[in-house]
Design a binder for this molecule. Structure first.
Ligand code: MG
Length: 256
């Protein structure tokens, strides 16, 4: 069921969005060569406690997960695309790191992700991968206009991705966000403009393109969570929580 939020409810989602943005900024700033993924998780966990927020990941146990996630942030390194389970691993110069973070503040959830290269200039391939993800996210956000259709968002993402030579995996995509992390509607990362659910003011969705340099196929890591490219090629992910308003799209997780 798709739930529409009142303007007042969307206002009450703003603190969650701002907090999620601040955690991603802090963890990104901390992600230097030699820093352990578990340290980044601990930093995010400390910030959650200090803010009195509630992790959306810690006890998360969907049908596709082997056990509860048990950490508060996803850290996907190099060929890991999504759901990277933090583990003992010291970041190295040139690692491509995707951070995905969601939590609730005052009962409202926000969800956002960012990808970057640790401690070095990105290679041309990494730059193309990351920038295409970001451009696809921006195009998806720009298409989240009242009066439009959900397919407009999907098509905008897919057009950017395919236009840059990437194929799109449709197994995981964006989703409704509200009092829980994952709600209706599903927001595929490709589709047909003019189709699908009407974009009405009050719809709040996470828009999250993710791309891999080689294949569009993924495999699940032995940890039961981390999804890696099937060919070992590197992956990137970009995500914002976006409210459709009468005035257009409002990015709740905008970073400074
Ligand atoms: Mg997310």
């Amino acid at each position: 069921m798709i739930e529409l939020r009142t303007p007042d409810e969307i206002d009450r989602m703003r603190p969650a969005g701002a907090f999620v943005a601040s955690v991603l900024e802090a963890t990104r700033a901390a992600a230097a060569p030699g820093v352990d993924l578990l340290d980044l998780d601990a930093l995010a966990h400390d910030m959650i406690r200090e803010r009195g927020a509630e992790s959306s990941y810690l006890d998360y146990h969907p049908s596709f997960g082997a056990s509860p996630f048990g950490k508060v942030i996803c850290t996907s390194v190099n060929d890991a695309a999504l759901h990277g389970l933090p583990h003992r691993y010291r970041l190295r110069e040139g690692d491509l790191l995707s951070l995905d973070f969601a939590c609730a503040v005052d009962g409202w959830v926000a969800d956002s992700a960012v990808s970057f290269v640790v401690g070095a200039e990105p290679t041309p391939d990494d730059r193309r991968l990351i920038e295409t993800c970001e451009r696809a996210l921006e195009a998806g956000i720009a298409a989240a206009q009242p009066g439009g259709k959900l397919g407009d968002v999907s098509a905008a993402i897919g057009d950017v991705a395919r236009g840059a030579g990437f194929s799109v995996n449709l197994q995981f995509g964006g989703h409704g966000v509200g009092t829980t992390m994952h709600g209706d509607p599903h927001v595929p990362n490709d589709g047909r403009a003019g189709r699908g659910w009407p974009l009405r003011p009050g719809l709040v969705i996470a828009i999250e393109p993710w791309l891999m340099l080689g294949t569009d196929e993924i495999v699940t890591d032995a940890d039961g969570w981390t999804l890696r490219s099937a060919d070992g090629s590197r992956a990137a992910h970009a995500e914002h929580t976006v409210a459709v308003t009468a005035d257009g799209p409002l990015v709740l997780t905008a970073r400074g």
